[in-house]
Design a binder for this molecule. Sequence first.
Ligand SMILES: Cc1cc2nc3c(=O)[nH]c(=O)nc-3n(C[C@H](O)[C@H](O)[C@H](O)COP(=O)(O)OP(=O)(O)OC[C@H]3O[C@@H](n4cnc5c(N)ncnc54)[C@H](O)[C@@H]3O)c2cc1C
Length: 378
Amino acid sequence: MKERVVIVGGGIMGLATAYHLARLGAENVTVLERRFAGYGATFRTGTGIRESFGDETNIWMMRESIKMWKALEEELGHPTEYRQTGYMFLLHTEEEMESFRRNVSLQNSLSVPSRIISPEEAKEIVPPLNIEDVLGAAYNPEDGKANPFLVLQGYKKASLKMGVKIHEYSPVEGIVERGGKRVVKTPRGEFEADILINAAGGWSKLIDRMVAVPSHVEPYKHQAIKTEALERGQINPMVVSFKHGGAYLTQDIADGGVIGGVALAEGPTFDMNPTLEYAIEVSRHFTWLIPALKYVHIVRQWAGFYATTPDKNPVIGEVAPGYYIISGFSGHGFMMSPMATKSLAELIVEGGTSAPLDFYDPHRFERGEFREAAIQMG
Ligand SMILES: Cc1cc2nc3c(=O)[nH]c(=O)nc-3n(C[C@H](O)[C@H](O)[C@H](O)COP(=O)(O)OP(=O)(O)OC[C@H]3O[C@@H](n4cnc5c(N)ncnc54)[C@H](O)[C@@H]3O)c2cc1C
């Protein structure tokens, strides 16, 4: 494919889309990144990867993505620290038990090996867990985590090797039409685009505005923390509790430090400053769930955006002739990046894909269609 493809945004969506386009034979792919690759939500994720969703399409996308996660390290020739250490949703009420029984049954029907476990089994899997108010848990051993820094570097290296051009510190400041083509303006020069892809995450609506199309993606501030290094193997799965602040936490593969957050969102906003209020909230909920964390220091706290659509599902596809978007992944873009980016690349190069992209149609909101909201958390 000879068309000039310009991708706005050097996060996981921009770089992995560039990688898949190049693999499918696109010869002229350029990524423009405002700061450095990974600067946005990608380097701020909570690392979680799960197929434990509550609806068929997201389970399908994640089941296929997990197949790709397993092969990614070898494919990119770069470490990813991907591990299948599971997700454990703690259930504290009969309503939660009922709702997760339904999720597990749907997941099982789609070959996902999740199951409901007792509080005692949950404690066997996570020994320091407080099970005082736990009625049960939904556990899927196939879920897991990976290191976003390594994964992004892997895509970057592999894309460069295939001839993708990546321009960092090149903010897109305007998009104009000239001679029937879009021209993308940056302080480092102009780039003509036959195909333009908006992969600008929380900033997507600014790019939509430059192309003069309606936008359905808003930035919401979410924060996360990492603790000092700890003995590995105590909290292997991602432990989630909606009752306790929407908390999610796990131990990092590299140094055993606990990484995670709570669901305290602010927005829409472009503010990315961490807050003391959040540090207090996260400490309160984490030390309830894992009391031993009372003796552990937080060494990093950061904020980033959940790029959020009205139904919390992404927008993937063509918005206007030659203008595509891949954005709005809320708290699950890192995990879904393999299949989401591959299917967009297939759509562009081959004109179709086996992935159910209709579900993520960017025009659905204009038609008044809202999907079932995807389960939210880091
Ligand atoms: C605290 C937190 C925890 C999370 N935890 C998880 C998790 O556990 N699992 C998971 O799957 N997901 C998680 N997520 C979500 C995940 O990080 C995102 O869905 C994913 O990284 C989105 O990738 P992206 O490439 O779309 O966006 P981004 O990584 O934000 O990339 C967009 C890029 O576009 C660039 N850009 C913006 N405007 C311009 C412009 N005008 N010109 C050029 N470049 C521009 C930005 O600088 C940025 O680098 C979390 C997010 C946050 C904030």
